[in-house]
Design a binder for this molecule. Structure first.
Ligand SMILES: Nc1nc2c(ncn2[C@@H]2O[C@H](COP(=O)(O)OP(=O)(O)OP(=O)(O)O)[C@@H](O)[C@H]2O)c(=O)[nH]1
Ligand SMILES: [Zn+2]
Length: 210
């Protein structure tokens, strides 16, 4: 079952620096395509058509792509200048797949951390969102996983994550609450426990565009 970044990462090789790289397609694509054909046929979809003939394989490839986390180096630098205010990256776009319906949820992430000894390469904060987005997810878990990754990799004094997303399983089917947006947040360290720092984070969140 592909439900975590590690399991979903397909065929990988590890370089000298421990960097994980994708080197090939996952081995079960053909089997996935056959299953997709079976499911679509059972749903009365006629696959005997020029446009649809390869649809099961396309569906399998599309899902494999969205269930495969990216490989990246989590570069950090020494905080040589002793920067001691919040670092915030807003409006990081992401899409993931809800693990109940395997339909997308689409939105933005805001990441903040209070450095101690290390600062992150800024792009890595966008990469880490992709790392936990490209698998079957629930928004609450994804939010906490990003916060925990920051704690583990940066050892910051505090970290916080805010996700806002529209779940297509809730907006295009079922309740059909088109445009409904779900907000989740996770705070660690000083951003959870130090009142002035937490207030700073909450005030920042209040200024974010909806
Ligand atoms: N908490 C949480 N729930 C989610 C997330 N993504 C989808 N869901 C919900 O998971 C629930 C699954 O409920 P079920 O009753 O088993 O599924 P369903 O019959 O398709 O439910 P409806 O969507 O209400 O038609 C739904 O309420 C979804 O809205 C998520 O990221 N977090
Ligand atoms: Zn869903």
């Amino acid at each position: 079952m592909l439900n975590s970044p590690d399991e979903a990462s397909g065929i990988v090789s590890r370089g000298a620096a421990g960097r994980v790289a994708l080197v090939g397609e996952r081995p079960h694509h053909e089997e996935a395509a056959a299953c997709a054909a079976g499911m679509l046929t059972a749903l009365d979809v006629d696959l005997d058509d020029e446009h649809r003939r390869d649809t099961p394989a396309r569906l399998a490839r599309a899902l494999a792509e969205m269930l495969t986390p990216p490989a990246f180096d989590p570069t950090t630098f020494d905080n040589a200048d002793g920067y001691d205010e919040l670092v915030v990256v807003e409006a990081i776009p992401f899409h993931s797949l809800c693990e109940h319906h395997v339909l997308p949820f689409v939105g933005t992430a805001t990441i903040a951390y209070l450095p101690d000894q290390h600062i992150a390469g800024l792009s890595k904060l966008a990469w880490v969102v992709q790392l936990f987005a490209r698998c079957l997810q629930v928004q609450e878990r994804m939010t906490g996983q990003i916060a925990d990754w920051l704690v583990e990799n940066l050892r910051p004094r505090g970290a916080a994550v805010l996700l806002r997303a529209e779940h297509l399983c809730m907006s295009l089917r079922g309740a059909r609450a088109l445009g409904a947006v779900t907000t989740t947040s996770a705070c660690r360290g000083a951003l959870a426990e130090d009142r002035p720092r937490r207030r700073e984070w909450l005030e920042l969140v209040a200024t974010l565009p909806r």
